[in-house]
Unconditional design. Structure first.
Length: 268
């Protein structure tokens, strides 16, 4: 599995390559001990590791003789690599008389091809709604007492959905065009060059990545060619019979704001 470090660098343990996230030509190939050491620090991010534990897991476990000098040399190798790629060397902190601690924002990188293969093809009762029109799946309507009542309920629900969906899309579209890049919206994961953010204030559901991947695939969004920020959220009305999903795909960033975003809404 690849990792993103502080939204700036990528690290691939398989190839031992540490590189700029959006320019893999600027990269450094770490030595094998330095690569194992970085993996150990990433897996224990924000936790202090003693020198003995690091030496055991990085050297002794692989059949190499323990050495404090080797540990110091490869810590220096990692710090130098971070600095050469534009990251602060303080990402690895020395804890006097104890060991070392990594203080960084770490996110796993998920290959889009792998996710698409793992996501099962499901029957969808959802109706994808384009911007100009709104259609309702009649199975979401409550059972009417008679045809007149059924007609009234359908008209009323159509109006409610249309108003909510248009307000949601309009407000979100304006918000994302004005949204600063450093706004505190949680990054859930990265799919190739797509950063996936959750717009909900609560922890995303367990199938969040699966839902977003389905939407990316259905809208034919290419995450392999350019850096894209994708924001996704689900909401339900009070009776939980109607679900509205929202996805905003933002590209063309300047130093502080997005210049344009494409918004999608889905009603189920």
């Amino acid at each position: 599995m690849k990792y993103i470090i502080n939204l700036h660098l990528t690290f691939d343990p398989d190839t031992r390559i540490l590189a700029l996230k959006n320019d893999t030509l600027l990269s450094i190939e770490l030595t094998k001990p330095a690569s194992r050491l970085l993996c150990e620090l990433i897996e224990n991010n924000r936790n202090t590791l003693s020198k003995d534990v690091i030496i055991q897991n990085v050297w002794v476990k692989y059949g190499f003789a323990p050495s404090n000098a080797n540990l110091s040399n490869h810590i220096s190798e990692l710090r130098k690599a971070f600095v050469n790629l534009g990251l602060d060397s303080d990402v690895i902190i020395t804890v006097p008389k104890v060991g070392f601690r990594m203080e960084a924002e770490i996110h796993p990188v998920i290959k889009a091809e792998k996710i698409i293969k793992e996501v099962a093809i499901e029957e969808r009762s959802a109706v994808i709604v384009d911007e100009p029109t709104t259609r309702i799946n009649e199975r979401t309507l409550s059972q009417p007492e008679n045809r007149t009542e059924k007609s009234r309920k359908k008209v009323k629900l159509n109006i409610i959905i249309l108003v909510v969906a248009l307000l949601l899309a309009s407000a979100a579209g304006v918000a994302f065009l004005l949204l600063p890049k450093n706004d505190a919206i949680p990054l859930v994961t990265t799919i190739d060059k797509c950063n996936i953010y959750s717009l909900t204030s609560v922890t995303p559901p367990t199938d969040f990545i699966k839902m977003v991947t389905n939407r990316i695939e259905s809208e034919k969004i290419d995450c392999t060619q350019e850096s894209i920020d994708i924001y996704y959220a689900d909401t339900r009305n009070n009776n939980a019979k109607m679900k509205i999903s929202f996805m905003s795909v933002c590209k063309n960033r300047d130093s502080t704001h997005y210049r344009n975003c494409t918004n999608y809404k889905y009603v189920k």
